[in-house]
Design a binder for this molecule. Structure first.
Ligand SMILES: [Zn+2]
Length: 137
């Protein structure tokens, strides 16, 4: 008989560029970057605007609402820490502000996931970081 040691899930480590995103998450706000030159919104960690390449940016809170753009159901164990979660979904949520965020939908069985479903952000708190998840709106 083998005894497995619980393997922790890999978690994001905020860096200088993404810290405002994770500080917002800790406070329950989904933060986006907004280009100061053209107003285009984007997810953190890209230095330059996708539209005009400006590096000038401010942080703004998104509504937290969006729709399921697409999703996949993972049946394969890609990392031992996720073994108990199989099958789990990996979903691309299109925020109502436009940017698309990869996340998990929680609160419903995977069989009820639908493209176009309205979802709202929820939060998974860990000791050092808070991660956005989504649930049906
Ligand atoms: Zn721009």
């Amino acid at each position: 008989m083998t005894q497995e040691t619980a393997i922790p899930k890999p978690l994001p480590v905020p860096d200088e560029a993404s810290r405002p995103f994770f500080e917002g998450a800790r406070a329950g706000r989904l933060m986006l970057m907004r280009c100061l030159a053209c107003g285009t919104l984007r997810l953190p960690s890209r230095r330059h605007c996708d539209r005009c390449l400006s590096p000038e940016v401010e942080w703004v809170a998104a509504s937290g609402r969006g729709r399921v753009r697409t999703f996949g159901i993972m049946h394969q164990r890609y990392h031992p820490a996720f073994a108990d979660d199989i099958p789990y979904n990996v979903t691309v949520v299109e925020l109502e502000e436009g940017p698309r965020l990869p996340a998990n939908i929680i609160g419903i069985p995977n069989s009820e996931l639908r493209v176009g479903m309205e979802v709202v952000v929820d939060w998974e708190h860990h000791e050092d970081v808070t991660i956005p998840k989504f649930r049906p709106a």
